[in-house]
Design a protein around this ligand. Structure first.
Ligand code: ATR
Length: 275
């Protein structure tokens, strides 16, 4: 049997993904004996069928993106503790005939944060998580690991309640209409929804009520400055987009597959900025 050398990202849609640029940059830089990392689009209905086909076809591992992370969790045969906690898998590895599931978004989000942001805005503080999908699960776990209390707020209340119940961390659920009652006490705000992608608006937060020391994070990295972040900038709040998290979670997946932990570099950042 040939050694598995194929990696890629599977999602629906997946066209927007810049993961191939990151992984292929490292595959070349570290002269890894591997095929180029690819994008694979698959309708959720055919997810299992497609993954099994890829597994039999020399695939070493896959990153999983929207909306397949929860399906990937159920599909994997063995999961790491963090994948079990989030019940979301963004990294599948095929080894010894088995399918392993991991979630590198949690560590990716943690590593993307500056020490000062963690100390001043997260540890022992109230943190607002907008959204309740796979990304919100990872972010809420990461914030809890860093000593913060996530307040989960989502368009569909029952999805927020589901996360709270399944994650088993200290967290609160806040209804959208009650957000104004706590927003002034929140010191870290993170958007995990797709609102803000392209030209869409994200009006989930009334920034006139936000504490002037709050830090605002948007998982979206395209555009670099979402409207959400541009309001934070206008208000002179600290802010950050999702690019560093994207690189850090990719580095952790790369390590799982190729046993090398690539460093984030200015050169890679420049390549990504030019996309
Ligand atoms: P991901 O894996 O990236 O988190 P996801 O699982 O599809 O993606 O989750 C997307 C989240 O963004 C969900 O919480 C979704 O809200 P619902 O639970 O109500 O579906 C939220 N979201 C997506 N589009 C939204 C919109 N137009 N307005 C508000 N929330 C939205």
């Amino acid at each position: 049997m040939n050694e598995a050398t194929k990696t890629g990202v599977i999602g629906f849609p997946v066209d927007h993904s810049v993961s191939p640029t990151i992984h292929n940059y490292w595959i070349n830089k570290h002269q890894i004996n591997a095929d180029l990392y690819k994008k694979i689009s698959v309708d959720p209905k055919f997810f299992e069928e497609e993954v099994l086909r890829l597994k039999e076809n020399g695939t070493l591992g896959l990153n999983v993106t929207v909306p397949l992370k929860e399906l990937a969790f159920s599909f994997s045969e063995e999961q790491t503790e963090i994948a079990k906690q989030t019940r979301a898998v963004n990294t599948l590895t095929f080894k010894n005939g088995k399918v392993y599931g991991d979630n590198t978004d949690v560590i990716g989000f943690q590593r993307s944060l500056d020490k000062e942001t963690v100390e001043n805005n997260i540890a022992n503080k109230k943190c607002l998580v907008l959204g309740a999908g796979g990304a919100a699960r990872a972010v809420a776990c990461a914030l809890s690991n860093l000593g913060g209390t996530p307040f989960i707020c989502n368009r569909t209340l029952k999805n927020a309640l589901k996360i709270q119940q399944e994650l088993r961390i200290q967290s609160e659920v806040i209804e959208e209409e009650n957000l104004s009652t706590v927003i002034g006490e929140i010191s870290f705000i993170v958007n995990t929804t797709s609102l803000g992608l392209g030209d869409t608006e994200n009006n989930a937060v009334d920034f006139t009520q936000v504490n002037h020391r709050a830090f605002v994070y948007d998982l979206i990295y395209n555009p670099k400055l979402t409207k959400f972040l541009s309001v934070a900038k206008e208000k002179s709040l600290g802010y950050q987009n999702g690019m560093k998290m994207l690189i850090e979670q990719a580095a952790e997946s790369f390590k799982i597959w190729h046993n090398i932990h690539p460093k984030n570099s200015d050169e890679l950042m420049n390549v990504l900025e030019e996309l």
